[in-house]
Design a protein around this ligand. Sequence first.
Ligand code: FE2
Ligand code: FE2
Length: 171
Amino acid sequence: MEFEFIEPAQDFTSAKPVLKAYHEDFRKRAAALVQLTASVQEQGMTRESAQGCVGFYCQYCIANGLHQQDEERFVFPLAISLSAGLEETIALLEQEHQQISKVWDSLAELLTEPEEVTDFDELHSLSMEFERLLTEHLQHEEQMLLPEISVLFTEAQWAEIGAEMEKFRAE
Ligand SMILES: [Fe+2]
Ligand SMILES: [Fe+2]
């Protein structure tokens, strides 16, 4: 199967729209995965749904790797350096990254070889669990971290991190 990564972010002049674009992309794609696995549960694994599983796997692996790097390398350290009070929040968010990765690893085993999957209930329930953890995490970041750092980071700092993210992608 041919696969082409679709970069969720268009605008790197500031890190803010980059983070936002990834969150929106994750929400949309995870919801689509839940729908896809629900249809597999009802109709079995068609060639088209198998392609959908592999496509989701490829896209998410790359996008998630980039987004976690964006946060853990650029956003979180700056946030902590400006406000030690954010340490606890960030520890929680990093812990969530690990929880999501754990469920993702189990789900990824199924998504990479969809033709081998026999337990469609498991595929669907793992997808739902993954989507739930992921959307909860995005919401936590949007409620607990983004409002804080919107005040803490200057426009120049947002621009600087955006440029770092763009540079990192070109490497
Ligand atoms: Fe995150
Ligand atoms: Fe995030």
